[in-house]
Each structure stands twice: as structure tokens, then as C-alpha cells.
Design a protein around this ligand. Structure first.
Ligand SMILES: NC(=O)c1ccc[n+]([C@@H]2O[C@H](COP(=O)([O-])OP(=O)(O)OC[C@H]3O[C@@H](n4cnc5c(N)ncnc54)[C@H](OP(=O)(O)O)[C@@H]3O)[C@@H](O)[C@H]2O)c1
Length: 296
């Protein structure tokens, strides 16, 4: 039985390699390490298309079983060796504090044909390469969680040394999750603050909107509905052709009117400064996460 398993695994691995060498883009073998909040979104998104054969692993067995039930076409692996054998492209989606130990364990199973893609905040390509033993190419990608609904914003480090063909393949895979931007790695911590953490800040703002709606007279149910509708309708309008945010605001605020009164209040409370401080602190925390000596 063990021999059969080994032969089977070897067959899978070599068929994976053959399909890669042929540049066969119709079936990609993708592995995901960590299927928590973001890894779970990647799993769903990558399994939706028939072009990927996806396997995954998570040390939280309960969560892994749950994902297995949710996503029928992805296989759950019990160890990193099997995951590495069955994948060409491996996404790493564990918390920054777990990256080093995970890569040190994974490293021995990596071959030059693998591509390791990290979505982990703060951890540089240099650290990824070192911790995985320099055995394969690595790429940093920073998605946001909206890739769950194919509306993500993703950054890809454009200063990696990936060949044009491989980068093209990666962009093709990522494009199902949303809009991809190629940016220098030095901007990754800023991108993390703006676009990966960003949805949480937008939701925080709308949580305040819901709370304030109750304060000005609506009941809880209607406050919830109206705050969501407000986000929806404003975001639909923002993709219109009016251009700048100011031009959009000018469509609503008339001189001396009620909207202007509200805007003055936001300016007096220094909204821009609050937002700037939030992004700076978030960016700096991302930088901090990459400092191994500070990881708990
Ligand atoms: N959440 C987001 O919106 C978002 C956006 C952009 C980037 N990211 C990045 O994505 C990464 C994951 O974030 P998350 O929010 O998805 O975290 P999460 O919900 O905690 O998921 C991480 C999962 O990985 C598991 N894990 C840890 N080490 C493992 C190993 N060696 N083998 C298998 N599984 C392992 C964890 O298990 P345990 O719980 O047992 O530790 C957990 O289930 C982070 O580095 C973060 O910076 C997240």
C-alpha cells in the first residue's frame, strides 16, 4: 500500500512537472498553506475555476474539515510534503509570526520548479527566500479579502526576478480574484495599509454611520439597512465619470446647504489627518511584522 502511495505521489508530481514544462495553462496545480480568513478566500476563489487543481493544508484540523466540506473540488492534505508534491504553485497564507517555522519545514520539499507565493504582511522576499532555503522562485502578492467575491485589489511585486512567462501565468491566476497592480516591493507595507487593511477601515466608518443613524432617529433595523444602502449607492456613483472626489462631492453639496454644514464639521474634526494617521500606523505595524526579533 505504501509503495502504491509513493508511486501515485511520484506520478502526480511528474505529471505536474510535465504540464508545467509544456506551458499547459488549462490545469494548474496549486497548493495553499493556511486556509483561515484570507487563505479561505484564496481557496474559494482559486477552486471556482476549473483551470486549477487545488489542494490545501491547515494545522487547525477543524477548520480544514470545514473548508473541505465547503469546497468540494479541493483536496485536503495532511502534511507539507504531500502538498509540495501535488503543487507547482504554493500560496503561503499563515500569520507573519508562523512564516519562518512553516518555510523551514516546507523548504526541504521544494524544488526549483515550484513557485512560492506569499500573501503575508511584512515578510520580505529576501526573508522568504532565506527561510525556504533558496530552493525555488518566490513572489510577494498582497491581496485583500474581497478576492472572495472576485472584487479584490491585489499587488504583485514587480521587482521580483520572475521570468516574463511565469509572471504572466501568475497574473492570469490572480486576475480571477480582482484587479492586480504591479508595484515595487518597497511599497508593499503602504499597499497593505491602504488596500489589504483598507476594507476594515471602510467598514469601521460605516459601523459609525449605522450607530449615528440611530442617534438621529432611525430604529436599529432601518439604521443597518440604510447604512448598507448608503455604501452601495455611493460606491456605484463613485465609478461614474465625474472624476475627482471633489467633483463627486460638488454634485451633492450646494453652497450654504445642509451637506456643506456636515462637510465643514468633518473638516473641523480633521478627518484627513485621522485617516492619514490610521494609514501610517497600519503601514508601520506591517513593517514591524517583518522584524523577526519582535515576533511573539
Ligand atoms: N485577513 C486579511 O484580510 C488579509 C489580507 C491580506 C493579507 N493577509 C495575510 O494573510 C496571512 C493570513 O492571514 P489570516 O487573516 O487569513 O490569518 P488566519 O485567519 O489566522 O489564518 C491562518 C491559518 O494558517 C494556519 N497555519 C499556521 N501555520 C501553519 C502551518 N505551518 N501549516 C498549516 N497551517 C498553518 C493557522 O492555524 P492556527 O490558527 O492553528 O495557527 C490558521 O488557520 C497573514 O500573513 C496576513 O498578513 C491577510
Amino acid at each position: 500500500m505504501d509503495t502504491w502511495n509513493s508511486l501515485h505521489d511520484a506520478n502526480v508530481f511528474f505529471s505536474v512537472l510535465r504540464s508545467m514544462r509544456r506551458g499547459n495553462l488549462t490545469m494548474r496545480h496549486v497548493g495553499i498553506i493556511g486556509v483561515g480568513r484570507l487563505g479561505g478566500a484564496l481557496l474559494k476563489s482559486l477552486s471556482d475555476g476549473s483551470e486549477n487543481r487545488v489542494c490545501f493544508i491547515d494545522r487547525d484540523i477543524g477548520l480544514a474539515r470545514q473548508r473541505s466540506n465547503e469546497i468540494k473540488f479541493a483536496s485536503f492534505e495532511s502534511n507539507l510534503e504531500d502538498l509540495a508534491k501535488k503543487s507547482c504553485i504554493i500560496f503561503l497564507a499563515v500569520k507573519p509570526k508562523d512564516v519562518q517555522s512553516t518555510l523551514e519545514e516546507l523548504g526541504i520539499y521544494l524544488r526549483s520548479e515550484h513557485l512560492l507565493i506569499s500573501v503575508c504582511a511584512g515578510i520580505s522576499s529576501k526573508q522568504l527566500r532565506e527561510w525556504s532555503g533558496n530552493r525555488c522562485e518566490v513572489l510577494r502578492v498582497m491581496p485583500n479579502i474581497a478576492c472572495l467575491v472576485q472584487r479584490g485589489i491585489l499587488a504583485v511585486a514587480n521587482d521580483s526576478n520572475l521570468s516574463g512567462e511565469r509572471l504572466k501565468e501568475v497574473l492570469e491566476i490572480l486576475s480571477v480574484m480582482g484587479n492586480c497592480y504591479e508595484i515595487p516591493e518597497k511599497l508593499f507595507d503602504s499597499f497593505t495599509a491602504l488596500c489589504a487593511s483598507g476594507p476594515a477601515f471602510v467598514f469601521k466608518f460605516f459601523e459609525s454611520v449605522e450607530w449615528a443613524a440611530e442617534k438621529i432617529g432611525f430604529d436599529a433595523r432601518l439604521s443597518k439597512q440604510l447604512s448598507r444602502s448608503l455604501l452601495d449607492s455611493s460606491s456605484a456613483l463613485s465609478s461614474n465619470e465625474w472624476g475627482t472626489w471633489k467633483a463627486l462631492i460638488d454634485q451633492i453639496a450646494t453652497k450654504g446647504g445642509c451637506t456643506e454644514a456636515g462637510l465643514h464639521s468633518l473638516e473641523a474634526d480633521a478627518l484627513s489627518t485621522i485617516v492619514e494617521r490610521c494609514f501610517i500606523l497600519t503601514r508601520d505595524k506591517s513593517v514591524d511584522l517583518g522584524r523577526v526579533d519582535k515576533q511573539s
